[in-house]
Design a protein around this ligand. Structure first.
Ligand code: SF4
Length: 173
């Protein structure tokens, strides 16, 4: 008796989820071929983008915004963007902060572990000019000082919308 009721309930739930999908389809994602504001450089990478993040010396402000793009509010995964744990699974290196002396080596090692072709995305003003950490004793330089940067996302920190716009220029979704 109980089992039959539970089975009927699950059938109703399934029917409800199908109706919900039909009446509330996910937001349409149109392909994009223009640069997002604040982004320089748009290498073509279509469909999906696997990111390996390296904090090279950030204040953690940029990380908070990276976390927020994967929240249910922004849901960057619907545009084909995913974070991966290993650089060997990544298409691009996502770097935040100025490059500190302690992180210059690990950053270079992580970059070398990415398969070709590999992109470097500098997120935040620190990756361009070290921001408030310029001339600090522990700072080696900006990301642009130590390696070629394909895409720079401006802001201190960049807004989640700006980050998603920049990443969508790469995934084309
Ligand atoms: S760009 Fe701003 S928020 Fe991001 S790491 Fe630098 S100081 Fe912090």
């Amino acid at each position: 008796m109980f089992y039959a009721r539970a089975q009927r309930a699950s059938e109703v739930m399934t029917l409800r989820s199908v109706l919900a999908a039909l009446t509330h389809p996910r937001r349409d994602t149109q392909p994009r071929d223009t640069l997002a504001p604040g982004v320089s450089g748009s290498p073509a990478l279509h469909g999906s983008l696997q990111l390996r993040h390296v904090d090279a010396g950030s204040c953690n402000g940029c990380e908070l915004e990276i976390n927020s793009i994967f929240s249910p509010v922004h849901d960057a995964e619907r545009f084909g963007v995913r974070m991966v744990a290993s650089p060997r699974h990544a298409d691009a290196l996502l770097v935040t902060g100025p490059v500190t002396r302690n992180m210059a080596g690990p950053l270079a090692t992580t970059f070398a572990a990415l398969p070709e072709p590999r992109l470097v995305i500098g997120l935040g003003d620190c990756t361009h000019d070290c921001g408030p950490f310029r001339d600090a004793y522990g700072v080696e330089g900006s990301l642009e000082d130590v390696m070629r940067v394909d895409v720079h996302i401006a802001g201190c920190p960049p807004r989640p919308e700006a980050i998603i716009d920049a990443l969508r220029t790469l995934t084309g979704q």
